[in-house]
Design a protein around this ligand. Structure first.
Ligand SMILES: Nc1ncnc2c1ncn2[C@@H]1O[C@H](COP(=O)(O)OP(=O)(O)OP(=O)(O)O)[C@@H](O)[C@H]1O
Length: 694
């Protein structure tokens, strides 16, 4: 349907011409009447009255037409979009301010689909552009009408032209550049209205590839609305090649869209990054800059959320490395047991994988917190001066389930089981979340999905440092950031995340640093170099000489190693290539005087001889030994004729000679089942011997 056209003939006529025409008409009629009535003396007053009426009538008419003009123009502009047959009564201005309508009722026909979001947006845009102001529309489908309120912005309908060339002279554009300019103008005006102008386009080194669009727009309050800005960026981003970011200058009603350099991906852990005590690198920003977690009161604990495979383990490995490279010890709890095996013997790391041991670790860390608070209370050490200590609990939801099951099983063994239904360590964990930072402790909690207890409960404020990997669902976004849109368009790149980094007052996109240790698939030569360097630096005794770990926590490490040794022996596995690193000790009262340097141990504090418990004395090592090195009483691993390994104690060793003169060794041994056997070996063979260390 062709848009109904306004009637320019009368509408645009000057009031002076109208007055002259009316005056002339009335004068002619008046003149003729006085002539016919033979009353020539009335001619002058009749003419004067006629002229006055004509002028006033013309002015009123013009005023009325001008007053109706915005409504008429708007009707003309809206009619094709609303697909009306007749514009009669289509649009009514219910309220006006300074002649400009501020409330309208618009009727539309059944053919217009008010559920079409794009069409509704187009209507709002046309009204905003024509009347110059913020528009709010209420659609009433049963009545087929929309009530529109307009908050007019003074001068917003004006178009300011200037002869100053603010943009590169358009005529210098190549044909391709001119096309880009026209397209960019179309894209920007479609969302920001006809009052917006592209003042400048920066092209990449004379090509036709735009790298920046400079836009000015009529002053409005819409630009202060984040959703409006998001929409504008979405429009530019999706209709212009590349990925764009927006920089708004509200004071001058300008916005600059810049082509974003490709976001970094696969950023290796920067093992040579300058170190500052308590500042832990974990990600890279848009320009490749390193982003770190500053351990402190503002962001005491770190919440890491990521579904399987998104890179949560990689992030936690980054944090472990960053901590130990500064001499900050880490208790690393992994209920899934196998994610952090490369850290089992890493200096400064206590890996805990058994559920009961993790429960113990929490309770012992809680004890350490109590002890440290007691030291502060007694005046032994100033508040905030304890050295830093990290406690990481990955897969918290899995842990909670397993530890509560353990608790139920334990209750069944008791005659009078306690009433509580959850493991007491969970209460300790909650206390740690709320209190441990004052004692130098910082927590990292890993979750596959955000947990309402953590993101919404009393613990929320403690987990101010937070990061969520992978494209968010609206639920994740809402729980993590209290905004169901954030992170929902995150690209599907491994290690890409939204993080509250503290650099801006909203979550930002980051790329988690790549850290792939030797036992993980995809470990490259570069990863190997990083790992070895990190390990070498973390093994520097200088880093640990004044850092002590309480025996109670070291014991957990020893317990695990002992269990592993037995398990390996049972499965007939030789010890891995990695020799256990020397345990690191931390004295209970170790301090960090200015909290920016590793702790100074009290003068009289002698590091406990490597802090081993009785249980620790029992740690067993497996080693390969030649036949000549064996002694009676040694425990060795032998395989029976079917290849199944068994642990045997040597009762006797005899030397003999074979038929061809070869020297042989006859071992008499007792198996685990208590059977005595004899077997002959050639002297160049070696066996796996189990020894106790300590
Ligand atoms: N930041 C990253 N940079 C490069 N590659 C990464 C990054 N994060 C993860 N990856 C790749 O994705 C793989 C899976 O990551 P990761 O093991 O951390 O996932 P996850 O979330 O812990 O999953 P799961 O819980 O199943 O172990 C890594 O082995 C690595 O190949």
């Amino acid at each position: 349907m062709a848009p109904p056209s306004p009637t320019p003939s009368t509408a645009e006529r000057s009031p002076v011409i109208s007055a002259l025409m009316y005056g002339l008409g009335i004068a002619l009629i008046g003149g003729a009447a006085t002539n016919m009535l033979h009353q020539p003396q009335l001619l002058i007053p009749v003419l004067a009255a006629a002229i006055a009426v004509a002028v006033i009538g013309s002015l009123i008419g013009t005023w009325h037409r001008q007053r109706r003009r915005p409504v008429r123009d708007l009707t003309t502009a809206l009619a094709p979009v609303l697909r009306v047959d007749s514009t009669d009564g289509m649009l009514k201005a219910r309220r006006r301010r300074h002649g400009v309508p501020t409330r309208l009722t618009i009727k539309y026909p059944a053919v217009f689909d008010e559920r079409d979001e794009k069409a509704r947006a187009e209507i709002r845009d046309i009204i905003a552009t024509r009347l110059g102001g913020d528009v709010e529309a209420t659609w009433q489908p049963p009545k087929r009408r929309v009530i529109v309120t307009i908050d007019p912005t003074p001068g917003a309908t004006d178009i300011h032209d200037s002869s100053k060339a603010t943009a590169p002279v358009a005529s210098s554009d190549t044909e391709a550049q001119a096309l880009v300019r026209a397209r960019a103008t179309e894209v920007v005006q479609a969302i920001m209205g006809a009052t917006s102008r592209i003042t400048q386009i920066d092209f990449d080194g004379g090509t036709d590839a735009p790298v920046a669009l400079h836009v000015s727009y009529a002053t409005t309050s819409r630009d202060l609305n984040a959703v409006y800005r998001q929409k504008v960026l979405l429009q530019v981003d999706s209709k212009t090649p590349g990925t764009w970011r927006d920089i708004w200058d509200f004071e001058n009603s300008r916005v600059r869209f810049e082509l974003r350099p490709p976001f970094p991906r696969n950023v290796p852990y920067p093992v040579q990054h300058p170190r500052e005590y308590g500042v832990l690198p974990y990600a890279a920003g848009a320009n490749g800059e390193i982003i770190s977690w500053k351990l402190g009161a503002k962001r005491p604990h770190f919440l890491v959320v990521g579904p399987t495979g998104s890179g949560k383990t990689v992030l936690i490995r980054d944090i472990v490395l960053s901590a130990v490279l500064q001499g900050i010890p880490v208790i690393l709890c992994d209920p899934k047991r196998t994610e952090y095996l490369d850290f089992a013997h890493f200096p400064g790391v206590i890996l805990v994988t058994d559920i009961a041991d993790i429960a113990d670790a929490i309770q012992r860390f809680h004890d350490l917190m109590e002890e440290r608070y007691a030291e502060i209370e007694a005046g032994l050490i100033a508040s905030g001066a304890h050295s830093k200590f990290l406690f990481i609990l990955d897969e918290y939801a899995v842990f909670k389930k397993l530890v509560n099951k353990l608790w139920e099983d334990k209750k069944k063994e008791q005659e009078k089981p306690p009433k509580r239904t959850t493991h007491p360590c969970l209460d300790d964990w909650s206390n740690l979340v709320l209190m441990v930072r004052g004692a130098g402790g910082h927590l990292v909690q890993g979750l596959q999905r955000p947990d309402a207890d953590v993101t919404g409960g009393a613990e929320r404020d403690s987990f101010r440092q937070r990061l969520a990997l992978d494209q968010h669902t609206p639920e994740t976004a809402k729980m993590m950031w209290n905004n169901s849109r954030i992170g929902t368009d995150l690209p599907s790149v491994q290690g890409r995340a939204m993080a509250d980094t503290g650099r801006t007052n909203h979550p930002e996109e980051v790329q988690v640093l790549r850290m792939i240790p030797p036992s993980v698939d995809g470990h490259t030569e570069e990863d190997a170099w990083i790992w070895e360097h990190a390990r070498e630096q973390a093994s520097n005794p200088e880093l640990w000489k004044e850092v002590y770990i309480p025996d109670a926590l070291l014991e957990l490490k020893a317990r695990r190693e002992q269990r592993m040794a037995v398990q390996r022996a049972r499965l007939g596995i030789r010890p891995g290539a990695e020799a256990p690193a020397e345990p690191v000790s931390l004295a209970k009262a170790s301090t960090s005087a200015d909290a920016s340097e590793p702790a100074d141990a009290p003068d009289d504090a002698t590091p406990p001889s490597p802090g081993r418990s009785e249980e620790d004395q029992d740690v067993q090592r497996l080693e390969d030994v030649g036949l000549y090195e064996l002694e009676v009483g040694d425990v060795v691993m032998l395989e029976d004729e079917t290849g199944i390994p068994c642990i045997c104690t040597i009762d006797d060793i005899d030397y003999s000679e074979g038929d061809d003169g070869e020297e042989l060794v006859d071992l008499t041994y007792t198996t685990e089942e208590g059977e005595q056997e004899v077997r002959t070996f050639s002297t160049d063979q070696s066996l796996t011997r189990r020894t106790k260390t300590g």
